[in-house]
Design a protein around this ligand. Sequence first.
Ligand code: KIV
Length: 273
Amino acid sequence: MSASPADRPRVTVNTLRRMKAAGEKIACLTAYDASLAAVEEAAGVDVILVGDSLGMVVQGHDSTVPVTVEDMIYHARAVASRCRRALLMVDMPFMSYTEPGQALRNAARLMQQGGAQMVKLEGDARQVDVVTQLARHGVPVCAHLGLQPQQVHKLGGYRVQGRERHQAEVMLADARALQEAGADVMLLECVPEPLAREITANLDIPVIGIGASRHCDGQILVVHDILGITPGRAPRFAANFLTGRDSIQAAVAAYVAAVKAGDFPTDEHLFTA
Ligand code: KIV
């Protein structure tokens, strides 16, 4: 009898590196509560992200900016209660990592009080000092490049990043610098497909895409998007996996299967240039 996904050994940073080396796709999905975490565990999701997207899909804000460290701990703890095999990644919210000391204190809270096994932070090479400090103290880090939703008011909207050649070169250099600083995983959001492919090929660490490339080492989506319950218009990079299926469990399992088989994303979910 084969073991259910939740009975397999816990996913660690080493597992993710091995999956990249073996060309096995990493299936990632957000969760914000215990019930969805249990569904995702049973479906074999490899990395569960407690994303600060909860500010929009759970709390009803129009951006992730209002989310606090306390909010993240509350939701992380709920997800951690049902997280058995998947690696639990938790977002550091807006203004919680403005300098290395503050970042270390808040990452410690997310790990000790929230149960995070990896923290995710948005930023470019300016975050090298923060990532270095976290890595030095044993905090696994995912660096989030491309569209950084916490910067929405500075960017003036949610837009594809890295379309100009010089922006693409800077993003590739930033990715290398963050890897060098100790990032364990890179996440690319809303970047042109050729650039996402190039960054993935140039990094040793696993690269997870959202609106990026099918050649990334893994994919992530917001769970509300795959269930078709996102308030307003769903983003182009998302797909509704509940359509034609009769349960949330079946939808999440279909998403995992599509990512593992390389069937998601397709061209309609990507930005060609
Ligand atoms: O907050 C979040 O859910 C995220 C994903 C969109 C990757 O960062």
